[in-house]
Design a protein around this ligand. Structure first.
Ligand SMILES: [Zn+2]
Length: 368
């Protein structure tokens, strides 16, 4: 998927077939580390991949989106680090139940911990499950949400909104951090003159938040180039940066086709580069979609038409279409300028039947 994508540092990989439980991995190329969106069928992800995950984003705790958490814990618990997990209200109870389902009498000081963030409408409630102590639940605090951003690292940020699926469900937007780009015209309009200060500005930009120390720039005054100290370096960059929409990914699974949900999705995902969206039912089964609070093909067509992403990946088709799943592609209307990405029915080989397993010994019991 990544070769076509408009991303600079993020490499998205969808680890599920059309009918598999969804898992989206976003690898950050410069660091080799990544984030995981939804946690469905994950047992085919290599341990190395699981260990490269810094943060997990779970839309909701229906089994097909959350059952992979056991594998995530299994592959990470003997590592000295802290994994961040973001989910809807109630996710800390679910994690608590997961951990208390096992015996942890052999823990070591170097085991990992999970920091679990429940994303509510106005606040985020954070809990820590420290591995060295056998993963008890510790309340860390409840923090106000100032905007939709719930997670940020040097290369991307993640925004979330709460939608309705008969239970609260999160939708996620992942945006790549824009690269350092300046606009020649804007530099000239600001009366600035190119010089070594631009290199310093770039260095500060790449180091994350620029420190509060002033920057010496060159400015044209009465036909003469003069040095000038600028105190607010962030505003300086804002005034000369090249305006470009950063690449982003929208992830929606599962939501009902309600007015409130649509409003939230359309406003959050306007202009996304890649739109990953559940398409659980064919249009003829709209009633089933309404009853289970999922989207059907015509609902998805509506969203894709409104959002016009560069790439669109329909996923999470109901397993009831196992014999005619290609029909979903006949029902999807792809607007001009949108590239449809198709998934195979399944991504992994099917599990073994009894006669395909290694038989233990012969059929007859041995005589002693
Ligand atoms: Zn669900």
């Amino acid at each position: 998927m990544s070769t076509l994508m408009p991303f600079r540092t993020i490499e998205p990989s969808f680890f599920s077939g059309l009918l598999d439980d969804p898992v989206l991995l976003l690898n950050v190329r410069p660091t080799g580390r990544g984030i995981l969106i939804d946690c469905g069928q994950v047992n085919h992800l290599a341990k190395r991949v699981m260990k490269s995950v810094d943060a997990l984003f779970v839309t909701h705790a229906h089994m097909d989106h959350f059952m992979g958490i056991d594998s995530v814990i299994r592959h990470n618990h003997v590592s000295p680090r802290t994994l961040e997990l973001f989910g809807p209200p109630g996710i800390a109870d679910k994690m608590s139940a997961k951990f208390s389902g096992y015996d942890w009498n052999l823990t070591e000081q170097y085991w990992c911990s999970f920091r679990v963030h429940e994303v509510h409408r106005d606040t985020t409630a954070t809990f820590l499950f420290p591995g060295p102590e056998g993963f008890p639940r510790r309340f860390v605090g409840e923090f106000p949400r100032r905007d939709k951003i719930i997670y940020r690292n040097d290369y991307l940020h993640v925004e979330a909104d709460l939608c309705d699926h008969k239970i609260p469900v999160l939708v996620f937007k992942i945006t790549e951090r824009p690269s350092f780009l300046v606009d020649e015209d804007r530099i000239e309009t600001a009366g600035l003159v190119r010089g070594p200060w631009l290199r310093q500005l770039k260095k500060r930009f790449c180091q994350g938040n620029p420190p509060a120390e002033p920057l010496k720039v060159l400015r044209l005054r009465n036909g003469k180039v003069e040095e000038e100290m600028v105190q607010d370096v962030e505003t300086l960059y804002e005034s000369i940066r090249k305006k470009r929409t950063p690449a982003s990914i929208g992830y929606v699974s599962d939501i009902g086709f309600t007015e409130e949900n649509l409003e939230k999705v359309v406003s959050l995902f306007q202009g996304v580069g890649l739109f990953v969206c559940e398409c659980s039912f064919l249009t003829g089964d709209r009633d089933k979609a309404r009853v289970s609070s999922h989207l059907c093909a015509s609902d998805v067509n509506f969203l894709v038409d409104r959002l016009r992403p560069a790439f669109f990946l329909p996923m999470h088709l109901s397993k009831s279409y196992i014999h005619n799943c290609e029909r979903i592609y006949d029902e999807l209307v792809i607007p001009h300028g949108v590239t449809l990405l198709k998934l195979p029915k399944y991504l992994t080989p099917r599990p073994l039947l009894t006669h395909e397993a290694g038989r233990l010994g012969g059929c007859r019991p041995s005589r002693g």
